[in-house]
Design a protein around this ligand. Structure first.
Ligand code: IGP
Length: 267
């Protein structure tokens, strides 16, 4: 597999998974499961509360492996990790549910969320409404939508579906072109912009991806900087530029005590 087309490879696999999901459950059955799920905890609200208190809003990620890094953490217990992150000061959790490329699982989100009181985002590659209803059915409080994988009209349709199911939405971009596409989609309330410092096609990671886009963002649009945040200096540097929300995975997952590591990161 060439690194240049990892996103396309993942999306191809997702179309197979969407097919499998449709064979397992009718749309009506999925909707019944989603209606029976525990009430959403308020993902954006939890982040806003941290910011209002003058702190950083951290979405701490539960990620066992990734296509760029391979296995990240051997000893992997989502419930324990969730409690670590909660005690370390996270505002929210992010849980990878993709099985094939990130060694994630839907059950990890269920376990992590049940072990703490934090809201959780389903981190996966969502391109179909049924995946969003599935996210709510497993208890997710928010979903990730990746601009590079969705035309603006599809982004809007999936956003509408998520909002219908009371999910908050993190819309991820990597560059100025994707920013324009997202702004053209006409999204209303209940979403946040995420700038992924990692290029999903090349894996190249630089915090400049966020810093370079800041002057182009509309005023009042809250932004989450994602990926490659490894030190308290990275966090301080971003905060000095007005970025107050962070999505952090690998650098915490590699620590023996991820909770203490998180506390040090935002001290
Ligand atoms: O482990 P890192 O470098 O701290 O990155 C976390 C998160 O941003 C990254 O996992 C991520 C960002 N966008 C994604 C989309 C799909 C899968 C994973 C991701």
């Amino acid at each position: 597999m060439s690194k240049a087309d990892i996103l396309d490879t993942i999306l191809e696999r997702k179309r197979v998974e969407i097919d499998l999901l449709a064979r397992r459950y009718t749309r009506g059955e999925l909707e019944t499961l989603a209606r029976a799920a525990p009430a959403p905890r308020g993902f954006i609200r939890a982040l806003q509360a941290r910011l209002a208190a003058g702190g950083a809003g951290v979405i701490a990620e539960i990620k066992r492996a990734s296509p760029s890094k391979g296995l990240i953490r051997e000893d992997f217990d989502p419930a324990w990790l969730a409690r670590q992150y909660e005690s370390g000061g996270a505002a929210c959790l992010s849980v990878l549910t993709d099985e094939k490329f990130f060694q994630g699982h839907n059950a990890f989100l269920v376990q992590a969320r049940a072990a703490c009181s934090l809201p959780a985002i389903r981190k996966d590659f969502l391109i179909d409404e049924t995946q969003i209803i599935e996210a709510r059915a497993i208890g997710a409080d928010a979903v990730l939508l990746i601009a590079a994988a969705l035309e603006p009209a599809r982004l809007k349709a999936l956003y509408d579906c998520a909002r219908h199911w009371q999910l908050d939405v993190l819309v991820e971009i990597h560059d100025g072109e994707e920013l324009e596409q997202v702004l053209s989609a006409g999204l209303g309330e209940g979403w946040l912009l995420g700038i992924n410092n990692r290029n999903l096609r090349t894996f190249a990671t630089s915090l400049d991806a966020t810093l370079d886009l800041l002057p182009r963002l509309p005023a009042q649009l809250p932004v989450v900087t994602e990926s490659g945040i490894g030190s308290a200096a990275d966090v301080a540097h971003m905060r000095a530029h007005g970025v107050q929300m962070f999505l952090v995975g690998e650098s915490l997952m590699r620590q023996e005590r991820p909770g203490a590591a998180l506390r040090a990161l935002i001290a």
